[in-house]
Every structure is written in structure tokens, then in C-alpha cells.
Design a binder for this molecule. Sequence first.
Ligand code: SAM
Length: 319
Amino acid sequence: MDNIVSWSAEDEAIIATNTDATECKRCAVELGYWKDDYIPYFIRHVDRKAPEINRGYYARVRAMEMFIHQFIERCGTKCQIINLGCGFDTLFWRLKDSTQAVGNFIELDFPAVTSKKCHIIKRNKQLLEKISNEDGEVMIREGDLHSDGYHLVGCDLRCLGEVRRKLEAAGAGEGAGAPPTLVLAECVLVYLRPEAADALLRHLAAAFPRSALLVYEQCNLGDKFGEVMVRNLSARGVALAGAAGPPAAQAARLRALGFDAARCWDMHAVWRALPDDDRARVEALEMLDERELLLQLNSHYALAVATRSDIFADMDLNA
Ligand SMILES: C[S@@+](CC[C@H](N)C(=O)[O-])C[C@H]1O[C@@H](n2cnc3c(N)ncnc32)[C@H](O)[C@@H]1O
């Protein structure tokens, strides 16, 4: 039976981190960092963010995309993507507009977030038309949205039984017959207690023998700058329950949870690995006075890639 996890004021604050992420992404999109035709549906107006924040978000979104494309290149589009703590992420729609729309795309978040996302999708034809099948059928049942190839389900990632039930309802194949599976955890696991995140990842590694996992989140929270980050978030009611360690420790943790291989880079390394023309374009968008601050921020966020199955073993920053 699932552990009972009671709803708390902290959960409210964690849910609010989705609004922050969506606002920052919309701001960077408006300034030309990357293209996303769908983000304006999810957030109306945003104030301008500092250039180091915009650049940080660019590296985050670009790095996630880079690995998502590598994954699809290796296994084709007859695969599934599971987006943990999806918030208002627009990846599904962006992939639909590319040649890399995948067979099944499953998004999970707290019901408070998924029901809002569901409501926004229903109200906007441009979002809705991309998820309905030829008959236009979209089923909304108990706040969850199911359609042919897109599922948006509400659950608490700390309750493994609930996650498993929701994945099953969303048609996620498990075990030897499961399609290649990409699991995304963009800024979410750090909000879970380590035991809960470990149980979730251990299950996913066992359930999907041909899979890759991308984890983007804070790292090096034990140093002085990290302590300030933790304090600032805690002042807003968010405790980083899974306080993240250095990248090497994050990779070792993923291997210990059942992945065959795992690597993790801080975002400074990720930034340096981006193609030169890409970096030059982005650097020309805004003047950056706070270089030191950007360096500090980049060394306190990391991207980890963990894989099961040899076909994904060569996924790399420079692949
Ligand atoms: C910082 S936002 C990131 C959203 C999205 N992944 C992105 O990067 O734009 C964190 C998301 O994780 C979700 N989340 C955190 N803890 C969760 C839990 N225990 N169960 C379900 N969702 C959770 C929050 O509701 C929020 O939408």
C-alpha cells in the first residue's frame, strides 16, 4: 500500500515553482532565446527577467532538447516519453510540429497542476487540435486527460502505487515488451525526499529495460552559494527535500538505483559544450553584467543522463 502523504502548505509552494518556470521560459522566448509558439497559452504576462536567468533557462531547455533528439535518433519515434512533474511544459506540442512526434507522451504532476493544464488545453484550439486523434476524441475522466498518444494525469510522485496506476491507465507498457522509454525529470526530483525519489527511480529503471532518464536540477547545494539558494527557497516555503550533491554523486546515485550507466555535468560544462554559433547568437541577445553570478548559477545546476540498454549508452554532451 502507498504511504499516505499528507497535503501541506509546502506542496502549495512547490506547485508555485511551476508558475516561476513557465514565466521564466516565456520571458526568454519573448526575447528570442528559443522558439516556442505554445508557451503564451500557459502564461499571459511576464515581467522581464535578469539576463543571467534567461541564459540559464536557455541552457536548460537547449540541453534537454539536445538529449531528447539524441534519444529519438537512436530508437525512432515508436517510443514513449514520461514527463515527471511536467508543469506547463510544452514539449509535446513542439515535438508534434517537428518530425519527432513520439508514439505515446505521458505527463504527470500534482492534480492541481494537471487540472489547470487540462483546462488551458480545452480552451485553446491550437493546443487541443494537436492532441486529438482523427475522430477528435479526447477523454477527460476524473480530471485526467487521455487521447491517442497524449496523456496528462494527476498524481503525487511520492506515492509509487498511484504513479504505477496512472502510468498503466496512460498505456505505458512495462517490462521486456515496453517500447523505448525516455523519462524526463526537469527540476522536480529535488522537491521529493530522497527515499521517495529513489523508490520512484528504482521502479522506473526496473520497469523500462530500454530507457534513458534525463534529470535537470540543482547541485552542489552544500557550499556557501548553495546554502543561500536553499535559504531563499525556504523563505518562500519550499524545502529542497532531496538537497542535491555534486554531479559525480548524482551520477553514482542513478547507477545505484538500477541504471547501467549515468553521467552528470554541471551547467557550466553544458554551456561550454553548446555549438559555438549557438552560444554566440545567445550571447548577442542581451548584455550580461553579472558574469560571476552566471558562473555561480551554472555551477549549481546540473544535467544527468542515465541509461538502460546499450543503444543509449553513447548519448553524450558532444554526441
Ligand atoms: C519547477 S516546476 C518544473 C516544471 C517543468 N518540469 C519545467 O521544468 O518547466 C516543478 C514541478 O514539479 C511538480 N512536483 C513537485 N513535486 C511533485 C510531486 N510530489 N508530485 C507531482 N508533481 C510534483 C510541481 O507541481 C511542479 O509542476
